[in-house]
Design a protein. Structure first.
Length: 75
């Protein structure tokens, strides 16, 4: 049985180029995450989260850049 700890929050970049990073950690045991979910995701420290929950180093990582352009204005 899976339990959702924090719901997915889609990225909402403002205009410009942004880097999105996904990290995968292997938990040592079930429900190994003991840290309460953050109220805001701004300023979230992956390194601190991994240390607090004894996750070790990531086993996989991927990042990509995306760009959001201004929307065409309707007249």
């Amino acid at each position: 049985m899976r339990k959702e700890v924090v719901s997915y929050e889609k990225p909402r970049p403002n205009i410009g180029i942004h880097r999105l990073v996904f990290l995968l950690f292997k938990q040592q045991r079930r429900q190994a995450v003991n840290t309460p979910p953050p109220a805001l995701r701004d300023g979230f420290s992956t390194r601190k989260f991994a240390e607090e929950n004894e996750l070790g180093l990531p086993v996989a990582a991927v990042f990509f850049n995306c760009q959001r352009e201004t929307a065409a204005r309707r007249r």
